[in-house]
Design a protein around this ligand. Structure first.
Ligand code: 13P
Ligand code: SF4
Length: 310
């Protein structure tokens, strides 16, 4: 690519030429968030993908998110800046293994976190995101037996707040499991007025310490409305961009990871760059192509979620 190219201007031009909309997750790098037409959490992004009139959906996020957009709005071209942008949580639940697990528990309904492949969605009764998991689980009668997949941390958190005893698939997000409780405790001593806010994909001991737990949209909203001026943020660092923009007078400290060589950037989310956004729009690829039978089977539990969350 010509280093002189003004990618912001070129992307704006392509948006008009191709009638394209850019949907970005909060974990995307700041430049991508700044050029996006909509930034949101997984639920907001799915709702936006479902209702858009654009011809091309540019999904600046990871594969399962772009796939969900295609499932919901199949007549649109859905492009993703980097096809290799996967998700450790989604990868932790292969459909063939999950199918066997499900067969061992025929009296259970399957509630799956949206961070999973279309194959898992097709095996599920309802999909949830971190912002609606609680109300959707509570919409089942108390005695209903439930399998929750693939995130054991979100599942354990929902079990705790609802008093349920869902059977949990043993999956986790690599980003939300690296935080160091010891370093967070030290930070809290150095910043006694800072509030710890955490995503429910974090492990239980961290969540126990948190002042607020929520989806990315929930965390952002909390920092806008809350009166504190300092926050330790236990989730992927991309969200700090919108927090700092919305509350420039407040201080946001990323929760420190266990190992100083590690960082709480999601390696999958961060595969996407502005340059790749430009290229996928220009060439209309890579794009999501789906088997129609799988798409229809995966759509059913997503529709059910969207109906409950409308
Ligand atoms: P939400 O933005 O829905 O909270 O999801 C977080 C996440 O890990 C997405 O990959
Ligand atoms: Fe998957 Fe975790 Fe990255 Fe989200 S942050 S895409 S759950 S690996």
């Amino acid at each position: 690519l010509d280093p002189e190219l003004d990618l912001f201007a070129e992307i704006e031009k392509l948006k008009r030429e191709k009638n394209a909309v850019i949907l970005a997750h909060y974990y995307q790098e700041a430049d991508i968030q700044d050029i996006a037409d909509y930034i949101g959490d997984s639920l907001g992004l799915a709702q936006e993908a479902q209702k858009t009139n654009a011809d091309m959906i540019v999904f600046a996020g990871v594969h399962f998110m772009a796939e969900t957009a295609k499932i919901l709005n199949p007549s649109k071209k859905v492009v993703i800046p980097d096809f290799k942008a996967g998700c450790s949580l989604s990868d932790s639940c292969p459909p063939a293994l999950f199918q066997k697990f499900k067969e061992q528990h025929p009296d259970h309904v399957v509630v799956s976190y949206i961070n999973c492949s279309a194959g898992i969605k097709a095996l599920s009764d309802v999909i949830v995101t971190s912002s609606n998991a609680r109300i959707i689980v509570e919409s089942f009668p108390k005695e209903q037996k439930i399998i929750f997949a693939p995130d054991k941390n979100l599942g354990a958190y929902i079990n705790k707040v609802t008093g349920r005893n869902m059977l949990l698939w043993n999956g986790a997000c690599m980003v939300h499991e690296i935080f160091s409780l010891e370093k967070i405790t030290k930070l809290k001593h150095q910043h006694p007025n800072a509030k710890l806010i955490a995503h429910p994909e974090c492990e239980e001991p961290l969540l126990r310490m948190a002042d607020y737990i929520g989806s990315t949209t929930g965390l952002l909203k909390f920092t806008k409305e809350d009166t504190a001026t300092e926050y330790i943020v236990a989730t992927e660092t991309g969200i700090l961009h919108q927090m700092e923009k919305a509350s420039p007078h407040k201080k946001f400290i990323p929760a420190p990871p266990d190992n100083s060589c590690a960082c709480n950037d999601c390696p999958h989310m961060k595969r996407n760059t502005l340059e790749k956004v430009y290229l996928c729009m220009k060439y209309g690829m890579p794009d999501i192509i789906m088997d129609e039978q799988l798409r229809l089977a995966a759509k059913k539990p997503i529709d059910r979620m969207l109906e409950i969350s409308a």
